[in-house]
Write a protein that binds this ligand. Structure first.
Ligand code: C2E
Ligand code: MG
Ligand code: MG
Length: 254
């Protein structure tokens, strides 16, 4: 895997898919999450869960991250023009990318080149980014936040779900992990935990996204609990930029 990963970017083996994010109050698409895909001639399609950890270890995630950001912002400019100026794009950033002192600079370059205002970009990080406690993480997050970019806590509920992180860092969004959503209709405990997370987030003026919504029943529970946004197979799987463009076009014309 590592051998094939080297040179894969210059061989054009990567591509970015987009999963729409829906406003639960009116079922409208408000944005999308960029998700990286790799298709290699020897290995075939390789899942992000397999290659991202290796890209992290080898440092290849740094140029890959720039690729995802550039692609996503280029398409976002198009979607903002044709669909809605409010459309926003979420990009995942992993711990190794935060160790790169050039991160804030490359984000700044990417948003300037695409003429997208910072407020239309959301960066999704997991607790893994914050756990090292290094001061440069604080600095990077502050710089990014000062550019108007939203910072989202991804996979909330799975790690330590540390409240001090929510207090210390400038989060704007919490994404509740899919594992909680999948049992929302059958497990009272999961329902209560989701409810408590939403109440806490709203009290802190944070928006809440539910990940991995697969059924109408799950969506109904989330709506009842006052969750703001949802992503999941119930609405759409991650799709190509072209497919998202035609989906958005249908919304504009209907
Ligand atoms: P994530 O950021 O939590 O992304 C959500 C994952 O859940 C995606 O898997 C998505 O395809 C999947 N998903 C969405 N809705 C549903 C659903 O209704 N049911 C089910 N079963 N799954 C759903 P994916 O694309 O395989 O990505 C896995 C992880 O890899 C991501 O988790 C993220 O941590 C990482 N990743 C993906 N793209 C990038 C990237 O460009 N950069 C970095 N650093 N990490 C990435
Ligand atoms: Mg994510
Ligand atoms: Mg997640």
């Amino acid at each position: 895997l590592e051998e094939q990963l080297h040179g894969a970017l210059s061989r054009g083996e990567f591509n970015v898919l987009y999963q729409p994010k829906i406003d639960i109050s009116n079922n409208k698409i408000v944005g999308a999450e960029a998700l990286l895909r790799w298709k290699n001639s020897v290995l075939g399609n390789v899942a992000p869960s397999e290659f991202i950890p290796i890209a992290e270890q080898t440092g290849l995630i740094v140029p890959l991250g720039v690729y995802v950001l550039t692609e996503a912002l280029k398409n976002t400019r198009h979607w903002k023009n044709m669909y809605s100026n409010e459309f926003n794009i979420a990009v995942n950033i992993s711990p190794r990318q935060f160790r790169d002192p050039g991160l804030a600079n490359s984000i700044n370059t990417a948003i300037e080149q695409s003429c997208i205002p910072g407020k239309c970009l959301e960066l999704e990080i997991t607790e893994g980014v914050l756990m090292s406690g290094h001061s440069y993480i604080d600095k990077s997050l502050k710089t990014i936040n000062d550019m108007g970019i939203t910072i989202a806590m991804d996979d909330f509920g799975t790690g330590y779900s540390s409240l001090s992180y929510l207090r210390k860092y400038p989060f704007g969004v919490i994404k509740i992990d899919r594992s909680f959503i999948s049992d929302i209709t059958s497990d009272q405990k999961d329902r209560e935990l989701i409810n408590a997370t939403i109440v806490m987030a709203h009290a802190l003026h944070l928006k809440v996204v539910a990940e991995g919504v697969e059924t109408r029943e799950q969506l109904a529970y989330l709506k009842d609990l006052g969750c703001d946004y949802a992503q999941g197979y119930y609405f759409n799987k991650p799709i190509s930029a072209e497919a998202l463009s035609s989906l958005l076009k249908d919304f504009v014309t209907c």
